[in-house]
Design a protein around this ligand. Structure first.
Ligand code: URA
Length: 431
């Protein structure tokens, strides 16, 4: 590394004053930060200048490329089938990856779904799958390749070699109030996805109270920025803008969400989970050059083809498909205080309540409870009768109920009138 090529303070000043950064400046600052030559306080100042003054498409593209270059790149060219991946910006009850990966694999497209754990109110895919006895998240690159060749679907932990600059930057952003910068979110997500080496990518960009992006304008901007980055890097990328004002499906929490995903793979499950799984599968198959009729995709859920793939995928990673899923020791039911129509059920409130029950973690080191979480018995628009169960809260540690109930009870409204104007599940498609 040429440590003397630039001075960090000049680059900070340039962005502070609204100047476009050059490729050489960006390459240098990311490389120098990864190697501890640029200090955390300097990178924090630069991140804040980026949050306040933004970056243009060229700068974001260079920033992303520099983060990719900080680590290894995976390459799936040796596989006998094309690859497609999905990334969700995160939501409450978002278990879609679980039925989606085996469903897409049915149509001879390999799905390398390298995932993370949850932090805060949104759950992590790996935490959910770890509710299955014996299932193993950490695979070597060779095991990933073998599974993609033999089963076509793999959901596993992203290795530490992909975009290490992002790991360092993300931890810094988390504690310096700079997570929310759209150029930084977009480059963080896309550096990992491009380094992962998929040839087609579908982004599920969530909008609403339970999402990173609370309003549609910001979500649109994030989606377009990520789609542009993907295309610039030669990855066939599209984004769906989807609603996260209310939880997806009827379960939130690790084992509860696995149970619901299995229902979907058995041809049942809540309509919104089925519809979003099918919509994303369709986009992934189109992106991978295997355009498939929506009805055939739906049929693969009801005729057992996706279930066969799921069982093979779980077994390949040591999971026992026949072991009962963990159930929490204690339950508490929240009932409707009056009759009417459920006019809102806030994703954030349900997510935080589930997290307080033990489904999520407050610190990276915390253990999650596999059985903790919330079952929903009604969704926005439903007619309800006073005293009927609205949600069942699950935990192994009943001392958690009080705070979890408090927030869950603030998270819904009941109106006298029929509810109209609920948001569409898929709000838009961004290309
Ligand atoms: N997810 C990421 O990987 N990075 C961000 O910056 C935000 C969400």
């Amino acid at each position: 590394m040429t440590a003397q090529q630039f001075d960090a303070v000049d680059i900070i000043r340039a962005k502070r004053d609204g100047r476009e950064l050059t490729q050489a400046e960006i390459d240098w600052v990311i490389n120098a930060y990864t190697h501890d030559y640029v200090a955390d306080y300097q990178m924090a100042a630069l991140n804040m200048a980026i949050l306040l003054n933004g970056m243009n498409r060229t700068e974001i593209s260079h920033w992303t490329a520099a983060m990719i270059a900080s680590g290894e790149r995976m390459n799936f060219d040796a596989l006998s089938r094309p690859t497609a991946d999905k990334h969700s910006t995160g939501g409450v009850g978002d278990k879609i990856t679980l039925p989606l990966a085996p469903l897409v694999a049915v149509f001879d497209v390999a799905v390398p779904q390298l995932s993370g754990r949850g932090l805060g109110h949104t759950g992590g895919t790996l935490d959910k799958l770890e509710a299955i006895a014996g299932w193993r998240a950490a695979l070597s690159n060779e095991e990933i390749m073998d599974q993609l060749e033999n089963v076509a679907a793999v959901i596993c932990q992203a290795g530490s070699g992909l975009a290490p600059a992002d790991r360092k930057l993300y931890a810094l952003r988390d504690v310096t109030g700079t997570v929310e910068a759209i150029p930084l979110i977009a480059s963080s997500i896309m550096s990992k996805k491009i380094a992962e080496g998929t040839s087609a990518l579908v982004l599920d960009v969530k909008v609403g109270s339970g999402a990173f992006m609370k309003n549609e304008e910001n979500a649109r901007q994030l989606a377009q920025t990520m789609v542009d980055l993907g295309k610039d890097a030669g990855v066939n990328t599209v984004a769906l803008l989807t609603d996260m004002s209310t939880p997806l499906g009827l379960t939130v929490g690790n084992a509860l969400e696995v149970r619901e995903s299995i229902e979907v793979l058995q041809g049942g499950g809540p309509q919104d989970v089925v519809d979003l799984t099918v919509a994303l599968a369709h986009e992934m198959l189109v992106g991978a050059g295997r355009a498939t009729d929506i009805d055939d995709i739906r049929a693969a859920l009801s005729d057992g083809r996706a279930m066969d793939k799921w069982r093979a995928m779980i077994a390949a990673q040591g999971g026992d498909n026949d072991a009962p899923l963990p159930v929490a020791k204690e339950q508490h039911v929240i009932t409707a205080p009056r009759s009417g129509y459920l006019s809102s059920l806030d994703a954030m409130a349900v997510g935080v309540s589930s997290w307080r029950l033990g489904a999520g973690r407050a610190r990276k080191e915390d253990q999650v409870q596999a059985g903790a979480g919330i079952e929903l018995h009604a969704k926005p628009g439903d007619k309800i009768t006073e005293g009927q169960p609205l949600m069942t809260l699950h935990t192994d540690t009943p001392e958690r109920f009080e705070r979890a109930i408090a927030i869950a009870q603030e998270g819904f409204d009941i109106s006298d009138d029929v509810v109209t104007g609920l948001p569409d599940l898929v709000i838009d498609r961004i290309v």
